[in-house]
Design a protein around this ligand. Structure first.
Ligand SMILES: *Cc1c(COP(=O)(O)O)cnc(C)c1O
Length: 386
C-alpha cells in the first residue's frame, strides 16, 4: 500500500476560523469593516509596539506597492533588492515606473548581501527592499546603516517573516520605513489572500490607507461632520483597490491567535529535519543566531557536489515517492522579463545562481505529522544514500 501524496504545502485552518467566517457571512458586513479593523489592532498588539500602525491589504504585493508609493518612488528612481526572491518583490518597483536593481545574496544566509547593496548604490538610488528569505531575518543592521549613510528608504518584504526576529526584535518593529507581511495560502499564517503593511510613520500609514481604497479620503471630512449622513467623500488621488475583506480578516484573527502554536510546530519540524538529514551530501538550511527566531516558512536544502543525483532528478524521485517539493525561487535574473529588461547574466549573481542549481524546498507545514516528516526524511535518505 502506498501512502497518500504529501503535498508541498497545506493551509492550517481550524474550526474557530471557520466559525468566524460564518459569523461574518451572517453579519451582513462582508467587505472591509469591523473585523479588518480588529485584525489591524490585534496585529499591532502582537508586535507589541503601540507606536506602530498596521494597514490590512488584500496581498503583500499590494502592501509593497503602497509602501513604495507612499515613499514617493517614481520614474527615474532606482530600488535595490535581491535577485533571490519572488517576482512580486521587484514588480511593484516597475508598477511605479522606477527601476529594480537586482543584487546577489550572501551564500551563508541566502539573504541579500549588504556589500552588494552598497556596491549598487548610484545617485538615482532611493530605496532598498530587503527580503527575509525563508523566514530568516536579513542583516538589517547593515542595511539600515547603508540606508542612513546614503539617505535611502528601507522596506522589508516580510512575506516569510511572521514571526522572525532580528537583534532580538520582531520583524515589523525595526527602524525601517515599512514591513509587509503576506497571508497567502502557503505562508506562516493565511487569510487565503491578504497582507499587512506595518509602519511607524503615521504619514506613510495615512497615505497607504487612502491609496488602498481608490484614493478616497473620508477621514478629514468625518472628523468634523460625524453627525451628518455619510454619503460625502473626496477623491484625492487615483488610488487602488487593495482593501482586505472582513471574510478574509475573520480567518486572520484566529490564525494570529494561533501563531505561537503554529511557530512551535514549525520549529519542531525543522529540528526533526535537521536531526534526520545529517550525514548526507546535503547542505542544511542556515540557522538563526543564538536567541533569534526563524519563522521557518521554508525549509531549503542544497544538494552537495557529491550528491548521486541532480536537483531536478531529486525532485522527480521525491515526487515518485509521493512527496511534493518546490524551488524558491527561480532567481529573477533568469526570468525573461527581468533578464531582458536589464540585460542580466548569471555571472553577475554567482551565489544566487549556484544556490538555485542546488536547492530544493522540502515540505514543512503545521498539518504535517511526525510520521509525515519522518517519511520526507526517509525519502531524502533513500535518494541520497541508495
Ligand atoms: C508570497 C510572497 C510575496 C507576495 O505575497 P502575496 O501576498 O501573494 O502578494 C512577496 N514576496 C515574497 C518573498 C513572497 O514569498
Amino acid at each position: 500500500m502506498t501512502a497518500a501524496f504529501l503535498p508541498f504545502a497545506l493551509p492550517d485552518i481550524g474550526e474557530e476560523e471557520i466559525a468566524e467566517v460564518v459569523d461574518t457571512l451572517r453579519s451582513g458586513w462582508v467587505t472591509t469593516g469591523p473585523k479588518a479593523k480588529r485584525f489591524e489592532r490585534d496585529f499591532v498588539a502582537y508586535l507589541g509596539d503601540q507606536a506602530l500602525e498596521a494597514v490590512a491589504v488584500n496581498s503583500a504585493t499590494a502592501g509593497l506597492h503602497l509602501a513604495l508609493e507612499a515613499l514617493g518612488i517614481g520614474p527615474g528612481d532606482e530600488v535595490i533588492t535581491t535577485t533571490h526572491t519572488f517576482t512580486a518583490t521587484a514588480e511593484v518597483v516597475r508598477y511605479l515606473g522606477a527601476d529594480a536593481v537586482l543584487v546577489d545574496i550572501d551564500p551563508a544566509t541566502l539573504n541579500i548581501d549588504p556589500r552588494a547593496v552598497e556596491a549598487a548604490v548610484t545617485p538615482a538610488t532611493r530605496a532598498i527592499v530587503a527580503v527575509h528569505y525563508a523566514g530568516l531575518a536579513a542583516d538589517m543592521a547593515a542595511i539600515l546603516d547603508i540606508a542612513k549613510r546614503y539617505k535611502l528608504k528601507v522596506v522589508e518584504d516580510a512575506a516569510h517573516a511572521l514571526p522572525a526576529t532580528c537583534g532580538g526584535r520582531l520583524i515589523g518593529t525595526l527602524a525601517s520605513d515599512a514591513a509587509v507581511f503576506s497571508f497567502y495560502a502557503n505562508k506562516t499564517i493565511t487569510t487565503g489572500e491578504g497582507g499587512m503593511l506595518v509602519t511607524r510613520n503615521p504619514e506613510l500609514a495615512a497615505r497607504a490607507r487612502v491609496m488602498r481604497l481608490h484614493g478616497i479620503n473620508r477621514d478629514a471630512f468625518y472628523r468634523f461632520t460625524a453627525n451628518v449622513p455619510s454619503w460625502y467623500y473626496e477623491v484625492v488621488a487615483p488610488g487602488f483597490k487593495y482593501n482586505l475583506t472582513d471574510i478574509a480578516a475573520a480567518i486572520g484573527l484566529h490564525q494570529l491567535k494561533r501563531l505561537p502554536n503554529l511557530l512551535r510546530r514549525r520549529v519542531e519540524l525543522a529540528a526533526q529535519f535537521d536531526e534526520q538529514l545529517t550525514g548526507l551530501p546535503l547542505l542544511l538550511p542556515p540557522k538563526p543566531a543564538a536567541g533569534e527566531t526563524h519563522a521557518w516558512h521554508l525549509y531549503v536544502v542544497r544538494l552537495s557536489a557529491g550528491a548521486p543525483v541532480s536537483r531536478d532528478r531529486f525532485i522527480e524521485l521525491m515526487f515518485e515517492a509521493g512527496i511534493g517539493c518546490s524551488v524558491h525561487y527561480i532567481p529573477l535574473h533568469l526570468q525573461p522579463y527581468w533578464r531582458d529588461r536589464y540585460g542580466l547574466t548569471p555571472e553577475r549573481f554567482p551565489h544566487s545562481q549556484r544556490v538555485y542549481e542546488q536547492m530544493v524546498s522540502l515540505p514543512l507545514y503545521t498539518r504535517m505529522s511526525d510520521a509525515d516528516a519522518q517519511r520526507v526524511c526517509n525519502a531524502v535518505r533513500g535518494i541520497l544514500r541508495p
